[in-house]
Design a protein around this ligand. Structure first.
Ligand code: AMP
Ligand code: MG
Length: 344
């Protein structure tokens, strides 16, 4: 299969992508979070092709993407008032809600669950595509399963060339990490994955928010979790990644003492001078968590090389966007974290 590169600036290209979606084909789409690997979310066979192209375990459910918030009604039932409150405030945008699923949604999309995850993304070209296709798009991140997500059309091409029909190139993704996922099926809203909508923003609107344990710690392979996908290793470059916390000076002291030839350092722009001769890569400024989220996956992908031994990474702390960035890095590290202050 030859993978065609289409432009999100071109309305004929968007129409072509919509036609291919209706025919059951796979098209990668730009969103404000990361690139998605999209198919008609109501077509069982088309959805199964997503799992094949990604090498994704079939018990890991997909998110359905809609063009207009009101389309939530067609996909979900027993929608609580909190869902509409969130939709009014954050849609279109980087927020996914988990709600009871209607019967029209195939089991391959929900991985057999009776709930479904739904999002209305912000990117105008993608919403135009969904509206033209006339069906919700099932779309996980457009990377090979387990690898760092894709935030440019070039990233998608390097993982998916020859495996999918087309890529709609909409430039680099603004947020850079996947959507925030909130489960609204219990008594108290529960954060399943932090992202572009912050926990503080959710608490301000909802009053209370439980944080799912999988956000903060590793999940055992045999654990029963809300979303089966939460137990898989994610976002990981080939080399083991170790997060080193503590002050800039303490971390640099620890990393320089342990660094061996062939290792690499993933750090904040401000800390680059501390890692001369340690193969440093910056992913953004620690003074601007947004720059870290938009730079994280490109940096992890650049470090996904067989010749790298160990990657030592600096990770932002605290809430806001730093919370989402920290979650992705900790998952990429398999929660291997060293406190440089203790190690001194
Ligand atoms: P990805 O498509 O790679 O961004 O991953 C989608 C994630 O959405 C899954 O790994 C789940 O964590 C979550 N998800 C999708 N559907 C559901 C659902 N019905 N209930 C809970 N979580 C879900
Ligand atoms: Mg993913």
């Amino acid at each position: 299969m030859i993978t065609r590169m289409l432009s999100a600036q071109n309305s004929e290209d968007i129409a072509l992508a919509a036609q291919w979606i209706r025919e059951g084909k796979l098209v990668a789409i730009p969103t404000e979070t990361v690139y998605g690997l999209a198919a008609n979310g109501l077509d069982e066979q088309a959805v199964l092709r997503i799992f094949q192209a990604k090498g994704r375990p079939q018990d890991n459910p997909l998110i359905l993407h809609i063009a207009q918030p009101q389309e939530l009604r067609k996909l979900c039932k027993d929608i609580p008032a909190s869902a509409w409150l969130l939709a009014d405030n954050f849609w279109p945008g980087p927020l996914t809600m988990v709600l009871p699923a209607r019967e029209i949604i195939p089991k391959s999309t929900t991985a057999g669950l009776d709930t479904v995850a739904v999002r209305c993304p912000k990117t105008a070209a993608t919403r135009a595509l969904i509206a033209m296709a006339g069906v919700p798009l099932a779309a996980p991140s457009a990377n090979r399963s387990g690898k760092p997500s894709t935030t440019t059309a070039q990233h998608v091409l390097s993982d998916m060339d020859g495996r999918i029909t087309a890529i709609l190139d909409g430039g680099a993704c603004e947020v850079g990490v996947e959507s925030t996922i909130v489960d609204l099926t219990g008594d108290i809203p529960r954060l399943l994955r932090p992202g572009g909508v912050t926990p503080e923003e959710l608490i301000a609107l909802l009053g209370e928010l439980q944080i799912d344990p999988a956000v903060l710690a590793p999940v055992a392979a045999d654990a029963v979790v809300r979303a089966p996908g939460m137990k898989y290793r994610h976002y990981a470059p080939a080399a083991p990644l170790i997060i080193v916390t503590g002050s800039a000076q303490a971390a640099a002291f620890y990393i320089r003492a342990h660094f061996q030839r062939g290792d690499a350092v993933l750090c904040f722009e401000e800390e680059l001078p501390l890692y001369q001769n340690c193969n440093p890569t910056s992913y953004g400024s620690c003074a601007a968590a947004q720059s870290l989220s938009s730079g994280l996956f490109a940096a992890l992908r650049a470090l996904d090389r067989p010749d790298i031994g160990t990657i030592y990474a600096r990770c932002p702390e605290g809430g806001g966007m730093a919370y989402a960035v920290g979650n992705r890095l900790k998952k990429a590290a398999g929660f291997h974290i060293v406190n440089a202050e203790d190690a001194r």
